[in-house]
Design a protein around this ligand. Structure first.
Ligand code: PEP
Ligand code: MG
Length: 762
């Protein structure tokens, strides 16, 4: 029999036998090293190779030879290489198998003399992967020139999956030299976007628990293939049903996502890979995990954001399949939430966060979702420290891992070293002390050094926000985002439900005004149960007051709920995204018609009705005189104003961080609004995020703003800033700076210096 054929036969007939041998080896009560030594012997013999070696990735980024059959034994735990160095390093870096019949001819080839590997010509290496991350590299080598078949590569990948379990279990940690660590358990410092302030120390709870694969090696291949096919059929059927149900499904899933998932579920290549993986001897669920691991490794390394996005769809499909196969639950059990839980999720809807026990929840980390995601709004309202946009976090953590979330800086520390943990614990204590100081300011009026009163209002949108109003010492609710009730509800809230909420809010705050903003949906604020209009450019599309005016039924029922809730008291209503005077006029007409309607039906009316607009579409800046004649008040929505002025999507980190709100362009726009409003004696506030940041707030006060609306946690810091400010002096400084700036990107450094020089707390 020719040698090549003998190799093929042996390897083809062998994977299941090998897996069985490996399973036996893993169950033996011997040391981890003795176990690994046996494993490499089995693999070498099964693959008809002279050499089999396992390299494990250490936390310092080096791959260490952990076991070998065929190379010099003395090299074990001595030979190391960088990721990217030599063929083994190349596999670790690319996370892809590499099969070479003449390894020495490969440009990346380099050899370690102490191993004696220079005499081997053929080389097959596969990455040891978990969650798409490289944990090590498994290699076989042959002295003679040899072509490794697809089946052999497949068998090696399956074997590597088994080894990944062993590496991930932490069992190998005892084998490294003191001071070294294997990569899988290594501490990681990760960066994301700060979305809700505060520091949380705790342990990982996966929002969507990973399916635990209890059995990797199949007992009965035919049965596993049948299980795989049946589950695939069930998942496909389920997806079809969801697509058919469309928006009635209430699952919050968009049709295009489901359609992409359906496309993957019918992809021949994917189905073939799954079947092949089962045929190497894996259970159906282990096969899904293996194939998904490879896909993750590939797509994670893709520089194309579209491809990375597809990884989520593929992950979603693999998850559905795993749940179908194992019958395990999709969502974390809320009942046995550990104390100090830090919830880690790929993405999360706002209602889901509310289901966790707030007392045990110490933090939230999202892979997808930044500061303006809906769940971020809830996290801020609940005071849960949160960080978003943390790349690949769900694949890097294991349930129960120690983790720290810093919602002020956007940092995440996974499996922190004791000194890092101590530093954060100290930071958290300091923060608590500072909060204590802010609390002592609650009853102090916010008056600047030169006697100017600054009104600090709070942004809210849910009942859970209300206790914070008094706690923070806010003078009123400057922005009540009514869409939040709609965003977290499973179905469209009826007029009565809206009325109940508005009434509860006003009842809870009898001495404080509440400015209700009418529904600001569309754009980034999507309602899961509402048909989504397909728009090329939703931020510039059908949203907010545009929907309100085109669908007056919707606006009317909200206005009715507001007017009824405001019976016998002051009612303030504000319209979002107004771009021209006629829109405000039209909205006003609807309000007055509704007032008449209420009167006719004998309802008590509000004693005082004030109507205002958000200034957040740039066109308003050149119609300010006209608006001043018509509105009772104005509030600058700097989040949107900034996005539209700079044509930079507020949710797109790449472009949003390019432009500074403290740039001359933005500040001049803000100044012109303040001047016009002050000249016309119209009450003006600003309710975007910048109002809650002390340096920005200082600048706004200097530009003439006397009312700022912000999240509850910002009121203390902004008040502390304002108490040390001389508005007259600051106004001179900022106006001069703005008038003399010529072409600079930002005035932040100069403003910062000014605050420091004048002892203003930031
Ligand atoms: C804004 O745009 O600044 C604002 C306050 O509104 P929202 O963030 O809800 O769009
Ligand atoms: Mg806005």
């Amino acid at each position: 029999m020719p040698e090549q054929e003998r190799h093929n036969r042996a390897a083809l007939g062998g994977p299941r036998l090998l897996l069985r041998r490996l399973r036996e080896a893993m169950a033996e009560p011997v040391s981890a090293q003795a176990r690994l030594d046996k494993i490499v012997v089995h693999i070498a013999s099964n693959m008809v190779a002279e050499v089999c070696s396992l390299y494990v990735l250490r936390s310092d980024g080096r791959l260490e030879l952990f076991a070998t059959e065929g190379l010099n034994r003395e090299a074990v735990h001595l030979t190391t290489m960088r990721s990217g160095e030599g063929l083994v390093g190349l596999i670790a870096e690319t996370a892809e198998p590499l099969a070479l019949s003449d390894a020495q001819a490969h440009p990346a080839f380099s050899y370690k003399p102490e191993t004696g590997e220079e005499i081997y010509l053929s080389f097959l290496g596969v990455p040891v992967l978990r969650g798409g991350n490289t944990l090590g590299v498994l290699v076989v080598q042959n002295r003679a020139r040899r072509t490794y078949s697809e089946e052999e590569i497949e068998a090696m990948q399956t074997t590597a999956m088994l080894l990944a379990e062993m590496v991930a279990s932490g069992e190998l940690q005892s084998m490294v030299r003191p001071g070294e660590q294997i990569a899988v358990r290594r501490p990681l410092a990760l960066e994301g976007t700060a979305i809700a302030e505060g520091i949380g120390l705790g342990h990982v709870v996966l929002h969507e628990p990973r399916v635990v694969i209890k059995q990797i090696i199949a007992e009965d291949l035919v049965r596993e293939e049948r299980r795989l096919n049946e589950s695939l059929a069930a998942v496909r059927e389920n997806i079809e049903r969801l697509i058919e149900l469309g928006d009635d499904a209430g699952a919050g899933e968009h049709r295009d996502v489901l359609e992409t998932i359906r496309m993957f579920a019918n992809d021949r290549g994917w189905l073939r890979r799954l079947t092949e993986a089962v045929r190497t001897g894996l259970t159906a669920e282990a096969a899904v995990e293996r194939v998904q691991n490879d896909a993750r490794a590939k797509l994670q390394r893709s520089t194309d954001p579209y491809m990375r996005e597809r990884l989520h769809d593929l992950d979603d499909l693999a998850n559905r399949l795993l749940h179908q196969l194992t019958g395990q639950s999709f969502i974390a059990e809320h009942d046995d939430l550990p104390d100090n839980a830090i919830v880690v999720a790929r993405s999360m809807g706002p209602a889901a966060l509310l289901e966790y026990d707030r007392k045990k929840l110490r933090g939230l980390i999202l892979e997808d979702g930044g500061a303006s995601s809906h769940v971020a709004i809830i996290a801020r309202a609940l005071g849960v420290p949160a960080v978003g946009d943390v790349t690949n976090i769900t694949n890097l953590v294991e349930a129960g891992d120690a983790i720290i979330v810093d919602g002020s800086s956007g940092d995440v520390q996974l499996r922190p070293q004791p000194d890092v943990e101590a530093a954060y614990a100290e930071k958290a204590r300091l923060r608590a002390r500072r909060q204590e100081q802010y609390r002592s300011l609650v009853d102090t009026p916010c008056v600047t050094k030169d006697g100017v009163k600054i009104d600090l209002h709070m942004n809210a949108g849910l009942l859970i926000d209300l206790p914070h109003v008094a706690e923070a010492g806010a003078v009123s609710i400057g922005l009540f985002r009514t869409e939040l009730q709609f965003m977290i509800a499973p179905t469209f809230p009826r007029m009565n439900a809206q009325y109940q909420l508005y009434k509860s809010v006003m009842d809870a705050l009898p001495d404080r005004a509440v400015t209700f903003r009418t529904l600001d949906i569309g754009g980034d604020k999507v309602l899961p149960y509402m048909a989504k209009a397909e728009e090329e450019n939703p931020a510039l599309g059908w949203r907010a007051i545009r929907i309100g005016l085109d669908r007056p039924g919707l606006l009317r029922s909200q206005l009715r709920a507001l007017l009824r809730a405001g019976a016998g008291r002051e009612l303030r209503i504000m319209f979002p995204m107004v771009a021209q005077v006629s829109e405000f006029e039209e909205a006003k007409k609807i309000v007055h018609r509704e007032l008449q309607h209420q009167k006719l039906h004998g309802y008590e009316l509000p004693t005082d009705l004030k109507l205002g607009i958000m200034v957040e579409v740039p066109s308003v800046l050149w119609q300010l005189d006209e608006f001043m004649q018509r509105v009772d008040f104005l509030s600058v929505g700097s989040n949107d104003l900034m996005q539209y002025l700079f044509a930079a999507d507020r949710d797109n980190k790449r472009v949003a961080s390019r432009f500074d709100p403290l740039s001359p362009g933005m500040l001049r726009a803000l100044r012109s609004i303040a001047r016009k409003a002050n000249d016309a004696a119209k009450p003006l506030t600003l309710c975007g995020e910048i109002g809650g940041r002390p340096l920005e707030a200082m600048t706004l006060v200097a530009l003439g703003y006397r009312g700022l609306s912000m999240s509850a946690s910002s009121i203390g810091p902004v008040k502390a800033m304002a108490l040390g400010l001389d508005t007259g002096d600051a106004a001179r400084f900022v106006n001069d700076l703005l008038d003399s700036s010529n072409g600079c990107e930002t005035l932040r450094p100069q403003l910062h210096d000014y605050a420091e020089r004048n002892g203003i707390l930031l």
